[in-house]
Each structure stands twice: as structure tokens, then as C-alpha cells.
Design a protein around this ligand. Structure first.
Ligand SMILES: *[C@@H]1O[C@H](CO)[C@@H](O)[C@H](O)[C@H]1NC(C)=O
Ligand SMILES: *[C@@H]1O[C@H](CO)[C@@H](O)[C@H](O)[C@H]1NC(C)=O
Ligand SMILES: *[C@@H]1O[C@H](CO)[C@@H](O)[C@H](O)[C@H]1NC(C)=O
Length: 614
């Protein structure tokens, strides 16, 4: 009996694997071949644009088995030298190097160099821009592990976190722009005026011109992707870019910029198109209010955003502001596969030790799913293994946090919740790793019975804490989800599409994934939040066009030009006005002819116009 049961299970398992394999691998492959060879997508191979090979030696610190000296205690600031930034690995406390902060004079110089380089770049062909992006894409693909190791070394995350959150999303973005960028940025014919008399004469279009020197001020949580995303979009739109990286990840940012410069040089382009600056907050205002910057993309926290936007307003520099969130996952009671779903929630919460702009901050469940998830999470989260997976041989589930400066804040949030009735199932405090006592680890934490009276319900955690919240019904779930000051991304899971689709419409949020988590980011949709999560969009079509001056062009229709006709002011309304009444009547009839829906009124007005027009 046991043997039969076992065989049956094995058969079932194999069957499941092959269905998954069919849906995830075979079907997409068939679709790819279909779109490539049958419908001839624009991704055609073009010899002129074929990517070049770039070789750069990987830094010693990112090699396997690197032994660096440990700092006691590790800190990015040096008391004796306030104009230096010290870099170290947050997972091990190992020293990575010291950099001079960028001085104000150096900022001026770098912005000037970028401005100069951009003059030629502004009118470069899309084919050379694609060649550059393809060269980068090739480099990234061929060096996935090295790039991941560099990102891990500087941020303390695991290699798997880096491969998904840094490498894959960057490859997606670069390839999406290679395939779609030119279509989005070429002059765009518009319908023109609704008045048919004007429409007949005028053709209208929008031309996308680069803004000049743009800037990206980026957070440390994805040192590779957060840096590469704006660089890829800015270069493809014909801009030069000055990136201000976080003080926390100077070591890796310097190396990634070197890589981009190497790609530019290999393609015969000006490496000054890309610049890097880093400084402590006291000099940040000088940068953000610099008159040489034509646009700022800010990715970071709300308090810093206030300072950036205020400072940028001195030059009226336009900003796109992408801040954090208090993203929720709403789980209805009819979810069929709780096993698949709980894994999605765990990844969404604990990837990069919870330091994600679109990480899951709240899991809002209807009563039945609440009980089920409570059981599953209680079993799974306590088994998470912490460490530095680029240094040790055994498997690691979660890496370190970037710094130890928020541990007490996280502990306060947890204590506040527990004092108001939450149940701390596992974790809850800083973790002293036996092998890496200088590493910044926090225990993976599960809090259940969380409700809206607790600070942790409203304040962004940005750490490895899963909070479970019970809702009576769908209305309460939606209202709980909507009730924070943020509105970045949300997910909703259930079996009845009509119902979950309706919930998606009721969420006050910049992005929603239906029966999925965060894939809106990968899909190159416009990305950005509402409420205190920021404004403006990067990513997708809007992300490219927002880095452009959308120049509106109006001109006579080509056939008028062909006949040598030029539109001009009709005599009745030209200076000096000969007859006031006639002039008034002329424009009145023009309005009737253009906008009156009744055909006879139109015809009568046109008759009057024809009579008075000469
Ligand atoms: C850093 O600044 C010091 C002077 O304060 C200078 O001597 C040194 O060369 C600088 N280092 C680098 C890498 O620029
Ligand atoms: C959010 O949810 C509440 C409660 O269901 C609802 O009244 C509100 O309209 C929703 N949308 C927004 C934009 O707040
Ligand atoms: C889904 O929900 C809608 C609205 O409540 C209902 O009318 C419909 O019958 C449901 N569909 C299924 C398949 O249960």
C-alpha cells in the first residue's frame, strides 16, 4: 500500500513538473520562434549593430575566497577624515577601499564634461545607440556571476537576490529598449486640431529631443540595477548622465561606471557621457541645485526627497521622484494553490533582506487564508539561513542589511506592535552571525495579528519583517490596503477574476499585479507611485519620453507646401481692422463651422466665411 502510494505521488510529481515545464519553457519558446520568424519582429539581426566584446578585470575583492581585513567596527565615515568615504562589505565587515568625496569643483567639472560630450551624442543614430546597449547587454550576459559578486560584496545580499533583482531586470530593460526604443522616440504624428477647417490645413507632430545632461540620484539597495537603469534610458534618449550614487555603495558604483565607460570606449563613443559623483548630505544640495542639470530622477526615501525637490526648485529642474511604499498583498479565501502563493510572498518580503522599494510590507488576508498562511509562515521563516553566500560554502537564504543604523528603529516598530497585541512568532532582533560578527544581520521576522493601530502598519519597514493582517471581508481588505500614506505597488490573489480585477481598480496605487507579484516592474510598464510614494514615472515608454523635451511641431500639410500655398491671417481679421462687425462675424462663423454638430449650420457658416473672406 505504501509503495503504491509512493509511486502514485511520484507519478503525480512528474506530471506536475512536465506541465510546469510545458507552460514555462516550451510554450514561450514556440512563441519566441513564432514572433521572430513568422511575424518578423523588429528584433532583426543587423550587422552594423552587432555587439562588441568588452573585457575588464574583475576586482580582487569580488573573487571567490577573497580574504580582506575586517573593520572593527565597520563604518563608512572616518572621524579624522570627514571628506573620505570608507567602503566595506556589510555581510562580513571586510574593508573594500576609501574614496575622496566629490568636491564641488569636481562636480562642476564632471557636469561640464558631460555637457560637452552630449552635444554630438544628441544627434547620434539610433543604430549606434542600439549597438552600445547591445554591447552592454552582451557584457552583462557573459559576466552575470562577476557582476552579481560585485553587487553582493558591496550590499551584503545573496547571489540569487542579485541575479534576480540586479541582473535579470537590467537585461530586461536594456533589451526592451533595444527592441522598442526607436519606435517610441521617433517623431509621433498627432491627430491635430478637432476643427476640420484647421485640420485640413495643419499637420501636428511631437518630436522627442534629449534634455541635455540629466541626473539620477539613486539608493543603495540595488547598486547595479538602480545605476544601470537610468544610464541605459538616458543614453538611449541622447542625453548625458551624471549619477549620484549612495555613500553606502561607492566601491561597486565606481566599478560599474568603469564598465559602462569601457563599453562606450569600445564602441568608439565619448566616455564622458557618463559621470559618477558621491558625497555626504552636506554637499548634496550643491549638486541638486546645479544649473547644469536638466532633469533629476530621484530614487530614495521621503525625507531626503523633500530636500532634493526643494533644492532642485532653485533652478526649476524637473524631477521624477520614486520613494518607498507600504505595499500590500491581498489574499482572498478562494486562492487555490497556497503553496505557490506563500513562496511568492516570502520572496517578495525577504529578497535583499526586505530592502526593496516594491517589497511586500503587509500581507492582508481574509480569515481562511489567514489561518493557512499563518501555519505555513510559522514553519518556514524560522528555518531561514543567514550569511554571506559569496564567502561560504553552505546554502544561504538571506543576506545582510546595508548597515546597522536602523536596527533599533526596526526593533522599536516590533516592540510597539507587540505592546498593542501583535504576536511575534519568530525573529525580532539583530542577529549576531557566528562567522561574521561585524556583519549587519537582522533575524527574519514574522509578526501576526497586526492591525492598523500599530506603527508598523503605517511606517515603511524596508527590512526582513513579514506582517500578517486579518481582514473580515473584501471591503475591509481594500480599505486597509488603501489606508496608508503610500501608494506604490500592490498585489491581489484570488480565483475569481471578476472580483480580483475589481479590487485592482479600487486600490489607490501606482502599480498592481493581479495574481502575481511585482511583475509590472519587469514588464517595462511605466513605474511610479501615487500619494507619498512620489510622482512621475520611469520605466517603459513614459520613462523614455520623460527624459526628453517633447517638442510640439505644427506645420502646413505637405500638399499645401506642394502647391506653394501658405496659410495666413484672413483679411477681415488683419490689422488694421476694417470693419469690427464683419471681423467678429468671421470668427463667430469659423467657430460654428468648426464646432457646431449640425451639418446645416456648418454649411451656412462656411457660406458666410466664403463671402466675407475676400
Ligand atoms: C584624495 O585626496 C587627497 C588629498 O586630500 C589626495 O592626496 C589623493 O590623491 C586623493 N585620492 C584620490 C584617489 O584621488
Ligand atoms: C480605497 O478604499 C476605500 C475603502 O474601500 C475606498 O473608499 C476608496 O475609494 C479606495 N480608493 C482610494 C483611491 O482611496
Ligand atoms: C465571480 O464573481 C462574480 C461576482 O461576484 C460572480 O457573479 C461570478 O459568478 C463569479 N464567477 C465564478 C466562476 O464563480
Amino acid at each position: 500500500m505504501i509503495a503504491i502510494d509512493f509511486e502514485f505521488q511520484q507519478w503525480q510529481w512528474q506530471y506536475q513538473i512536465s506541465t510546469t515545464f510545458f507552460i514555462c519553457v516550451i510554450l514561450p519558446t514556440l512563441y519566441y520562434l513564432y514572433s521572430k520568424y513568422i511575424t518578423k519582429s523588429p528584433n532583426n539581426y543587423n550587422k552594423l549593430e552587432s555587439p562588441l566584446k568588452v573585457t575588464i578585470p574583475i576586482p580582487e575583492e569580488a573573487r571567490p575566497h577573497w580574504k580582506g581585513k575586517r573593520l572593527y567596527p565597520p563604518s563608512i565615515k572616518l572621524d579624522e577624515e570627514p571628506d573620505k568615504i570608507q567602503s566595506y562589505c556589510p555581510a562580513t565587515g571586510q574593508y573594500l577601499g576609501t574614496s575622496n568625496v566629490t568636491t564641488r569643483e569636481e562636480m562642476d567639472e564632471k557636469i561640464e564634461l558631460a555637457k560637452h560630450a552630449q552635444i554630438n551624442w544628441a544627434s547620434s543614430d539610433f543604430s549606434i545607440r542600439r549597438k552600445l546597449l547591445k554591447t552592454m547587454s552582451r557584457y552583462i550576459l557573459e559576466n552575470q556571476e562577476n557582476l552579481a559578486r560585485i553587487a553582493c560584496r558591496d550590499s551584503g545580499k545573496t547571489k540569487l537576490d542579485a541575479s534576480m533583482g540586479e541582473i535579470m531586470v537590467t537585461l530586461e530593460k536594456v533589451n526592451w529598449i533595444i527592441n522598442n526604443g526607436e519606435r517610441i522616440l521617433k517623431p509621433n504624428q498627432r491627430v491635430g486640431p478637432s476643427n476640420f477647417l484647421l485640420k485640413f490645413l495643419k499637420s501636428a507632430e511631437v518630436r522627442y529631443e534629449p534634455l541635455g545632461v540629466v541626473s539620477a540620484i539613486i539608493s543603495w539597495n540595488y547598486p547595479f540595477h538602480n545605476l544601470m537603469g537610468p544610464i541605459i534610458a538616458s543614453l538611449f534618449t541622447g542625453n548625458a548622465i551624471v549619477v549620484k550614487c549612495s555613500e553606502q555603495v561607492v566601491w561597486s558604483s565606481k566599478w560599474f561606471i568603469k564598465m559602462v565607460k569601457e563599453c562606450l570606449k569600445t564602441c568608439g563613443l565619448d566616455e564622458n557621457l557618463v559621470q559618477l559623483v558621491y558625497c555626504f548630505p552636506n554637499d548634496a544640495d550643491y549638486f541638486t541645485s546645479h544649473c547644469g542639470l536638466n532633469h533629476i530622477t530621484f530614487i530614495g526615501s521621503k525625507p531626503v526627497a523633500h530636500a532634493v525637490v526643494a533644492s532642485a526648485s532653485k533652478q526649476l529642474t524637473p524631477c521624477v521622484v520614486e520613494l518607498g511604499g507600504k505595499d500590500s498583498v491581498i489574499v482572498l479565501d478562494d486562492v487555490k494553490d497556497m503553496n505557490a502563493l506563500n513562496s511568492v510572498i516570502l520572496r517578495g518580503t525577504f529578497q535583499s533582506a526586505g530592502q526593496n522599494c516594491i517589497g511586500i510590507e503587509r500581507v492582508i488576508c481574509l480569515p481562511k487564508s489567514y489561518e493557512k498562511l499563518c501555519d505555513i509562515f510559522t514553519k518556514r521563516i524560522k528555518d531561514f539561513r543567514l550569511g554571506s553566500d559569496i564567502d561560504q560554502l553552505d546554502e544561504i537564504d538571506m543576506g545582510a542589511m546595508i548597515s546597522d543604523n536602523r536596527f533599533s528603529q526596526l526593533e522599536d516598530l516590533i516592540n510597539d506592535a507587540v505592546s498593542k497585541g501583535a504576536n511575534l512568532v519568530s525573529g525580532g532582533k539583530q542577529f549576531q552571525h557566528p562567522n561574521y560578527p561585524q556583519g549587519h544581520y537582522f533575524e527574519p521576522t514574522l509578526l501576526t495579528d497586526v492591525d492598523s493601530s500599530m506603527r508598523i502598519f503605517h511606517e515603511e519597514v524596508f527590512g526582513p519583517i513579514l506582517t500578517l493582517i486579518k481582514a473580515r471581508d473584501i471591503d475591509e481588505a481594500v480599505s486597509l490596503s488603501n489606508s496608508t500614506e503610500y501608494g506604490l505597488g500592490n498585489s491581489v490573489f484570488g480565483s475569481n477574476f471578476t472580483i480580483i480585477n475589481d479590487i485592482a481598480n479600487r486600490l489607490h496605487s501606482g502599480n498592481v499585479a493581479i495574481n502575481d507579484f511585482a511583475t509590472f516592474y519587469v514588464a517595462q510598464l511605466p513605474f511610479g507611485g501615487v500619494k507619498k510614494s512620489g510622482y512621475g514615472k520611469f520605466g517603459g515608454e513614459e520613462g523614455l519620453t520623460s527624459l526628453c523635451n517633447c517638442k510640439s511641431i505644427i506645420m502646413d500639410k505637405p500638399y499645401l507646401r506642394f502647391f506653394g500655398v501658405q496659410t495666413s491671417i484672413p483679411p477681415p481679421i488683419d490689422y488694421p481692422i476694417e470693419d469690427d462687425k464683419k471681423a467678429w462675424n468671421f470668427v463667430r462663423c469659423l467657430n460654428i463651422a468648426g464646432y457646431d454638430p449640425r451639418i446645416w449650420a456648418k454649411i451656412k457658416a462656411i457660406k458666410t466665411l466664403a463671402k466675407s473672406g475676400n
